[in-house]
Design a binder for this molecule. Structure first.
Ligand code: AMP
Length: 375
Protein backbone atom coordinates (compact mmCIF):
# COMPACT_ATOMS: atom_id res chain seq x y z
CA UNK A 1 0.00 0.00 0.00
CA UNK A 2 1.18 3.52 -0.67
CA UNK A 3 1.17 6.07 2.16
CA UNK A 4 -1.86 8.32 2.46
CA UNK A 5 0.41 11.31 1.82
CA UNK A 6 1.96 9.82 -1.34
CA UNK A 7 1.40 11.91 -4.46
CA UNK A 8 -1.61 10.65 -6.42
CA UNK A 9 -1.32 9.68 -10.08
CA UNK A 10 -1.32 12.79 -12.26
CA UNK A 11 0.30 15.01 -9.58
CA UNK A 12 3.05 17.43 -10.62
CA UNK A 13 6.67 17.26 -9.48
CA UNK A 14 8.62 20.50 -9.78
CA UNK A 15 12.30 20.16 -10.69
CA UNK A 16 14.80 22.99 -10.24
CA UNK A 17 17.37 22.67 -13.01
CA UNK A 18 17.06 21.66 -16.63
CA UNK A 19 20.04 19.37 -17.29
CA UNK A 20 20.28 15.66 -18.00
CA UNK A 21 19.60 14.64 -14.41
CA UNK A 22 16.31 16.54 -14.55
CA UNK A 23 15.54 15.01 -17.93
CA UNK A 24 16.04 11.44 -16.76
CA UNK A 25 14.10 12.14 -13.55
CA UNK A 26 11.20 13.54 -15.61
CA UNK A 27 11.23 10.46 -17.85
CA UNK A 28 11.09 8.19 -14.81
CA UNK A 29 8.31 10.31 -13.29
CA UNK A 30 6.22 10.05 -16.46
CA UNK A 31 6.45 6.25 -16.28
CA UNK A 32 5.04 6.38 -12.74
CA UNK A 33 2.13 8.58 -13.85
CA UNK A 34 3.45 11.98 -12.71
CA UNK A 35 3.87 15.23 -14.61
CA UNK A 36 7.03 17.32 -14.24
CA UNK A 37 7.42 21.09 -14.28
CA UNK A 38 10.98 22.28 -14.99
CA UNK A 39 12.16 25.57 -13.46
CA UNK A 40 15.39 26.76 -15.12
CA UNK A 41 16.79 29.96 -16.62
CA UNK A 42 17.57 28.34 -19.97
CA UNK A 43 14.82 28.26 -22.60
CA UNK A 44 16.38 25.25 -24.34
CA UNK A 45 17.53 22.47 -22.04
CA UNK A 46 17.49 18.67 -21.90
CA UNK A 47 14.78 18.41 -19.23
CA UNK A 48 12.26 20.72 -20.93
CA UNK A 49 12.15 18.43 -23.99
CA UNK A 50 10.52 15.65 -21.95
CA UNK A 51 8.49 17.57 -19.35
CA UNK A 52 4.83 18.56 -19.26
CA UNK A 53 5.34 22.14 -18.08
CA UNK A 54 8.07 24.69 -17.49
CA UNK A 55 9.05 28.07 -16.15
CA UNK A 56 11.89 30.04 -17.71
CA UNK A 57 13.20 32.31 -14.96
CA UNK A 58 16.25 33.08 -12.88
CA UNK A 59 16.72 31.18 -9.61
CA UNK A 60 16.37 34.46 -7.70
CA UNK A 61 13.07 35.48 -9.34
CA UNK A 62 10.89 35.27 -6.24
CA UNK A 63 7.59 35.99 -8.04
CA UNK A 64 8.31 33.19 -10.54
CA UNK A 65 9.28 30.86 -7.68
CA UNK A 66 5.99 31.58 -5.90
CA UNK A 67 4.01 30.82 -9.08
CA UNK A 68 6.05 27.63 -9.52
CA UNK A 69 5.33 26.58 -5.91
CA UNK A 70 1.62 27.08 -6.53
CA UNK A 71 1.71 25.01 -9.73
CA UNK A 72 3.43 21.88 -8.33
CA UNK A 73 2.82 19.35 -5.55
CA UNK A 74 6.44 18.83 -4.46
CA UNK A 75 9.81 20.34 -5.43
CA UNK A 76 13.10 18.57 -6.00
CA UNK A 77 16.29 19.65 -7.78
CA UNK A 78 18.90 18.18 -10.03
CA UNK A 79 21.95 20.15 -8.89
CA UNK A 80 23.14 20.95 -5.37
CA UNK A 81 24.22 24.54 -5.92
CA UNK A 82 20.63 25.80 -5.71
CA UNK A 83 20.92 29.16 -3.91
CA UNK A 84 19.66 29.01 -0.33
CA UNK A 85 17.42 32.03 -1.10
CA UNK A 86 15.69 30.01 -3.83
CA UNK A 87 14.72 27.29 -1.38
CA UNK A 88 13.74 29.91 1.19
CA UNK A 89 11.27 31.35 -1.35
CA UNK A 90 9.72 27.89 -1.80
CA UNK A 91 9.80 26.59 1.79
CA UNK A 92 6.45 26.71 3.54
CA UNK A 93 4.59 26.89 0.22
CA UNK A 94 5.39 23.42 -1.09
CA UNK A 95 7.32 20.41 0.29
CA UNK A 96 10.99 20.55 -0.85
CA UNK A 97 12.74 17.18 -0.95
CA UNK A 98 15.55 16.83 0.00
CA UNK A 99 15.28 19.82 2.34
CA UNK A 100 17.53 22.85 2.90
CA UNK A 101 19.78 21.14 5.48
CA UNK A 102 21.01 18.47 3.05
CA UNK A 103 21.67 21.17 0.45
CA UNK A 104 23.51 23.46 2.87
CA UNK A 105 25.85 20.64 3.96
CA UNK A 106 26.60 19.52 0.42
CA UNK A 107 27.26 23.07 -0.83
CA UNK A 108 30.15 23.61 1.56
CA UNK A 109 33.15 21.28 1.71
CA UNK A 110 33.93 22.32 5.30
CA UNK A 111 30.40 21.51 6.49
CA UNK A 112 30.54 18.32 4.43
CA UNK A 113 33.78 17.11 6.04
CA UNK A 114 32.48 17.81 9.56
CA UNK A 115 29.18 16.13 8.74
CA UNK A 116 30.87 13.00 7.33
CA UNK A 117 33.03 12.59 10.40
CA UNK A 118 29.99 13.04 12.69
CA UNK A 119 28.02 10.53 10.63
CA UNK A 120 30.78 7.96 11.23
CA UNK A 121 32.35 8.05 7.76
CA UNK A 122 36.16 8.31 7.96
CA UNK A 123 37.70 11.27 6.10
CA UNK A 124 41.32 12.21 5.38
CA UNK A 125 43.16 15.00 7.23
CA UNK A 126 41.94 18.51 6.34
CA UNK A 127 42.17 22.12 7.55
CA UNK A 128 40.06 25.19 6.82
CA UNK A 129 42.04 27.98 5.10
CA UNK A 130 40.72 31.53 5.53
CA UNK A 131 44.01 33.36 4.88
CA UNK A 132 47.51 32.89 3.44
CA UNK A 133 48.83 32.59 7.03
CA UNK A 134 46.36 29.84 7.77
CA UNK A 135 47.51 28.04 4.63
CA UNK A 136 51.11 28.09 5.89
CA UNK A 137 50.15 26.60 9.25
CA UNK A 138 47.80 24.06 7.60
CA UNK A 139 50.62 22.93 5.29
CA UNK A 140 52.95 22.52 8.25
CA UNK A 141 50.40 20.17 9.84
CA UNK A 142 49.20 18.28 6.76
CA UNK A 143 52.44 18.12 4.75
CA UNK A 144 52.96 17.70 1.02
CA UNK A 145 51.58 16.65 -1.37
CA UNK A 146 48.23 18.20 -0.57
CA UNK A 147 45.13 19.41 -2.41
CA UNK A 148 43.85 22.97 -2.01
CA UNK A 149 40.18 23.39 -2.95
CA UNK A 150 37.46 26.00 -2.95
CA UNK A 151 34.80 25.11 -0.40
CA UNK A 152 31.90 26.16 -2.65
CA UNK A 153 30.92 25.86 -6.30
CA UNK A 154 33.66 23.41 -7.36
CA UNK A 155 32.77 20.53 -9.64
CA UNK A 156 34.46 18.09 -12.05
CA UNK A 157 37.89 19.00 -10.65
CA UNK A 158 37.40 22.77 -11.07
CA UNK A 159 38.39 24.98 -8.18
CA UNK A 160 41.29 22.90 -6.91
CA UNK A 161 45.07 22.59 -7.14
CA UNK A 162 47.48 19.84 -6.16
CA UNK A 163 50.41 21.25 -4.18
CA UNK A 164 53.67 19.36 -4.67
CA UNK A 165 56.23 21.94 -3.47
CA UNK A 166 56.02 24.68 -0.83
CA UNK A 167 56.28 27.33 -3.58
CA UNK A 168 53.07 25.99 -5.22
CA UNK A 169 51.01 27.15 -2.25
CA UNK A 170 50.74 30.92 -2.55
CA UNK A 171 49.97 31.13 -6.31
CA UNK A 172 47.28 28.46 -5.84
CA UNK A 173 45.85 30.34 -2.86
CA UNK A 174 45.65 33.53 -4.90
CA UNK A 175 44.13 31.86 -7.97
CA UNK A 176 41.40 29.85 -6.24
CA UNK A 177 38.14 31.62 -5.52
CA UNK A 178 35.75 32.10 -3.83
CA UNK A 179 37.43 31.92 -0.40
CA UNK A 180 37.58 30.30 2.13
CA UNK A 181 39.51 27.27 0.93
CA UNK A 182 40.14 23.82 2.35
CA UNK A 183 43.50 22.05 2.42
CA UNK A 184 43.30 18.26 2.24
CA UNK A 185 46.06 15.69 2.54
CA UNK A 186 46.71 14.08 -0.84
CA UNK A 187 45.21 10.60 -0.56
CA UNK A 188 47.26 7.91 -2.37
CA UNK A 189 44.10 6.02 -3.33
CA UNK A 190 44.11 2.83 -5.41
CA UNK A 191 40.60 3.45 -6.78
CA UNK A 192 37.70 5.90 -6.60
CA UNK A 193 34.49 4.30 -5.37
CA UNK A 194 30.98 5.66 -5.05
CA UNK A 195 27.70 4.40 -3.71
CA UNK A 196 24.16 5.75 -3.79
CA UNK A 197 21.45 5.41 -1.16
CA UNK A 198 17.80 6.35 -1.32
CA UNK A 199 15.78 7.37 1.73
CA UNK A 200 12.00 7.34 1.56
CA UNK A 201 9.45 9.56 3.26
CA UNK A 202 8.94 6.72 5.76
CA UNK A 203 12.68 6.69 6.65
CA UNK A 204 13.41 3.42 4.81
CA UNK A 205 16.91 3.33 3.28
CA UNK A 206 18.04 1.28 0.27
CA UNK A 207 21.58 1.24 -1.17
CA UNK A 208 22.78 0.34 -4.62
CA UNK A 209 25.99 -1.63 -5.03
CA UNK A 210 29.16 0.42 -4.87
CA UNK A 211 30.90 1.14 -8.16
CA UNK A 212 34.43 1.97 -9.24
CA UNK A 213 34.87 5.24 -11.17
CA UNK A 214 37.56 6.33 -13.59
CA UNK A 215 37.92 9.94 -14.73
CA UNK A 216 39.33 11.54 -17.86
CA UNK A 217 40.29 15.22 -17.85
CA UNK A 218 38.56 15.44 -14.42
CA UNK A 219 35.22 14.24 -15.85
CA UNK A 220 33.73 10.85 -15.02
CA UNK A 221 34.57 8.52 -17.91
CA UNK A 222 33.73 4.98 -16.74
CA UNK A 223 31.84 3.33 -13.88
CA UNK A 224 32.27 -0.39 -13.26
CA UNK A 225 29.29 -1.92 -11.48
CA UNK A 226 29.82 -3.56 -9.11
CA UNK A 227 33.22 -2.26 -7.98
CA UNK A 228 35.76 -5.07 -8.13
CA UNK A 229 36.40 -4.98 -4.37
CA UNK A 230 36.75 -7.47 -1.54
CA UNK A 231 33.26 -8.08 -0.05
CA UNK A 232 34.20 -6.32 3.22
CA UNK A 233 35.08 -3.09 1.39
CA UNK A 234 31.97 -3.28 -0.80
CA UNK A 235 29.85 -3.68 2.35
CA UNK A 236 31.65 -0.81 4.08
CA UNK A 237 30.96 1.45 1.08
CA UNK A 238 27.22 0.69 1.26
CA UNK A 239 27.19 1.14 5.04
CA UNK A 240 28.90 4.52 4.68
CA UNK A 241 26.34 5.88 2.26
CA UNK A 242 23.48 4.47 4.32
CA UNK A 243 24.87 6.36 7.36
CA UNK A 244 24.99 9.53 5.30
CA UNK A 245 21.38 9.14 4.15
CA UNK A 246 20.21 8.51 7.74
CA UNK A 247 22.23 11.35 9.24
CA UNK A 248 21.07 13.83 6.57
CA UNK A 249 17.49 12.65 7.17
CA UNK A 250 16.95 13.42 3.54
CA UNK A 251 14.07 12.30 1.36
CA UNK A 252 15.55 11.42 -2.01
CA UNK A 253 18.95 10.18 -3.12
CA UNK A 254 22.44 10.76 -1.89
CA UNK A 255 25.69 9.76 -3.59
CA UNK A 256 28.91 9.36 -1.61
CA UNK A 257 32.29 9.44 -3.38
CA UNK A 258 35.05 7.58 -1.57
CA UNK A 259 38.75 6.81 -1.95
CA UNK A 260 39.89 3.19 -1.64
CA UNK A 261 43.16 2.98 0.29
CA UNK A 262 45.91 0.43 -0.34
CA UNK A 263 44.91 -1.41 2.89
CA UNK A 264 41.29 -1.78 1.73
CA UNK A 265 39.96 1.04 3.91
CA UNK A 266 37.69 3.79 2.57
CA UNK A 267 37.73 7.56 3.08
CA UNK A 268 34.71 9.72 2.27
CA UNK A 269 35.36 12.61 -0.13
CA UNK A 270 32.17 14.21 -1.40
CA UNK A 271 28.41 13.90 -1.13
CA UNK A 272 25.71 14.92 -3.61
CA UNK A 273 22.04 14.93 -2.53
CA UNK A 274 20.62 13.97 -5.93
CA UNK A 275 20.87 11.39 -8.71
CA UNK A 276 24.54 11.04 -9.63
CA UNK A 277 26.47 10.39 -12.82
CA UNK A 278 28.07 7.33 -11.20
CA UNK A 279 24.57 5.87 -10.76
CA UNK A 280 23.57 5.90 -14.43
CA UNK A 281 24.32 2.16 -14.67
CA UNK A 282 21.33 1.48 -12.38
CA UNK A 283 18.93 2.57 -15.14
CA UNK A 284 19.55 -0.64 -17.06
CA UNK A 285 21.14 -3.04 -14.57
CA UNK A 286 18.67 -2.76 -11.67
CA UNK A 287 14.95 -3.37 -11.46
CA UNK A 288 14.47 0.18 -10.19
CA UNK A 289 17.09 2.65 -11.42
CA UNK A 290 18.25 5.74 -9.54
CA UNK A 291 15.92 8.18 -11.32
CA UNK A 292 12.81 6.12 -10.60
CA UNK A 293 14.06 5.72 -7.02
CA UNK A 294 14.50 9.47 -6.67
CA UNK A 295 10.97 10.11 -7.93
CA UNK A 296 9.58 7.35 -5.69
CA UNK A 297 11.20 8.97 -2.65
CA UNK A 298 10.08 12.53 -3.36
CA UNK A 299 6.58 11.35 -4.30
CA UNK A 300 6.25 9.39 -1.04
CA UNK A 301 5.99 6.02 -2.77
CA UNK A 302 7.70 2.96 -1.25
CA UNK A 303 11.31 2.61 -2.47
CA UNK A 304 11.80 0.19 -5.35
CA UNK A 305 14.13 -2.83 -5.48
CA UNK A 306 17.82 -1.90 -5.77
CA UNK A 307 18.81 -5.44 -6.69
CA UNK A 308 21.29 -5.64 -9.57
CA UNK A 309 20.19 -8.11 -12.24
CA UNK A 310 23.24 -7.55 -14.49
CA UNK A 311 26.79 -6.31 -14.18
CA UNK A 312 27.41 -3.10 -16.10
CA UNK A 313 30.04 -0.76 -17.42
CA UNK A 314 28.87 2.82 -17.94
CA UNK A 315 30.72 5.15 -20.28
CA UNK A 316 29.97 8.85 -20.46
CA UNK A 317 29.68 10.24 -23.99
CA UNK A 318 31.49 13.56 -23.77
CA UNK A 319 32.03 16.28 -26.38
CA UNK A 320 32.78 15.63 -30.07
CA UNK A 321 34.19 12.16 -29.28
CA UNK A 322 30.96 11.19 -27.57
CA UNK A 323 28.95 12.40 -30.56
CA UNK A 324 31.18 10.40 -32.92
CA UNK A 325 30.74 7.22 -30.82
CA UNK A 326 26.93 7.44 -30.75
CA UNK A 327 26.05 5.67 -34.07
CA UNK A 328 28.27 2.73 -33.12
CA UNK A 329 27.00 2.45 -29.54
CA UNK A 330 23.30 2.84 -30.35
CA UNK A 331 23.67 -0.08 -32.77
CA UNK A 332 25.16 -2.55 -30.29
CA UNK A 333 22.99 -5.31 -28.90
CA UNK A 334 24.77 -5.45 -25.53
CA UNK A 335 24.62 -1.71 -24.88
CA UNK A 336 21.76 0.53 -23.75
CA UNK A 337 22.48 4.02 -25.06
CA UNK A 338 21.08 7.28 -23.65
CA UNK A 339 21.22 10.72 -25.33
CA UNK A 340 20.44 13.98 -23.54
CA UNK A 341 19.26 16.13 -26.45
CA UNK A 342 21.86 18.90 -26.03
CA UNK A 343 22.25 21.23 -28.97
CA UNK A 344 26.05 21.46 -29.23
CA UNK A 345 28.82 18.86 -28.81
CA UNK A 346 31.26 21.19 -27.05
CA UNK A 347 34.47 19.67 -25.63
CA UNK A 348 33.96 18.49 -22.06
CA UNK A 349 30.16 18.52 -22.28
CA UNK A 350 28.29 15.39 -21.17
CA UNK A 351 26.01 14.46 -24.09
CA UNK A 352 24.86 10.99 -23.19
CA UNK A 353 26.01 7.69 -21.74
CA UNK A 354 26.18 4.04 -22.70
CA UNK A 355 25.59 1.08 -20.38
CA UNK A 356 27.23 -2.15 -21.46
CA UNK A 357 25.39 -4.99 -19.72
CA UNK A 358 27.13 -8.24 -18.74
CA UNK A 359 25.76 -11.35 -17.06
CA UNK A 360 25.64 -11.13 -13.26
CA UNK A 361 29.06 -11.86 -11.72
CA UNK A 362 30.97 -11.60 -15.02
CA UNK A 363 32.75 -8.32 -14.23
CA UNK A 364 34.73 -9.66 -11.27
CA UNK A 365 38.10 -10.73 -12.61
CA UNK A 366 37.81 -8.97 -15.99
CA UNK A 367 40.46 -6.38 -16.83
CA UNK A 368 39.24 -2.90 -17.82
CA UNK A 369 39.77 -3.33 -21.56
CA UNK A 370 37.84 -6.61 -21.68
CA UNK A 371 35.13 -5.22 -19.43
CA UNK A 372 34.63 -2.19 -21.69
CA UNK A 373 34.85 -4.22 -24.92
CA UNK A 374 35.11 -1.17 -27.12
CA UNK A 375 32.36 1.00 -25.63
P1 AMP B 1 36.41 16.42 -5.96
O1 AMP B 1 35.98 17.68 -6.63
O2 AMP B 1 36.65 16.55 -4.49
O3 AMP B 1 35.51 15.26 -6.29
O4 AMP B 1 37.84 16.05 -6.60
C1 AMP B 1 37.98 15.76 -7.97
C2 AMP B 1 39.03 14.67 -8.14
O5 AMP B 1 40.30 15.11 -7.65
C3 AMP B 1 38.72 13.40 -7.37
O6 AMP B 1 37.86 12.57 -8.12
C4 AMP B 1 40.11 12.81 -7.19
O7 AMP B 1 40.52 12.14 -8.37
C5 AMP B 1 40.98 14.04 -7.01
N1 AMP B 1 41.11 14.36 -5.57
C6 AMP B 1 40.28 15.15 -4.85
N2 AMP B 1 40.66 15.24 -3.57
C7 AMP B 1 41.78 14.49 -3.46
C8 AMP B 1 42.66 14.17 -2.37
N3 AMP B 1 42.48 14.68 -1.15
N4 AMP B 1 43.70 13.34 -2.62
C9 AMP B 1 43.91 12.84 -3.86
N5 AMP B 1 43.12 13.11 -4.93
C10 AMP B 1 42.07 13.93 -4.74
Amino acid sequence: MTRPDALPLGATIGILGGGQLGRMSAMAAARLGYRCHIFAPEAECPARQVAAAGTIAAYDDVAALHRFAAAVDVVTYEFENVPAATLAALEGRVPCRPGPRALAICQDRLAEKRFLAEAGVPVGPWRAVHSAEELTSALAEIGLPAVLKTTRLGYDGRGQAVLHRPEDALPAYERLSPKPLILEAFIPFTAEISAIAARGLDGAVACYDAVENQHRHHILDLSFAPARLPEAAARAARENVARVAQALELVGLVALEMFLLPDGGLLGNEIAPRPHNSGHWTMDACACGQFEQHIRAVAGLPLGPVTRHSDAVMRNLVGPEGLAAWPRLVSRGDVVAHWYGKDEAKPGRKLGHANRLLPLGRLQGLDDVTACDGI
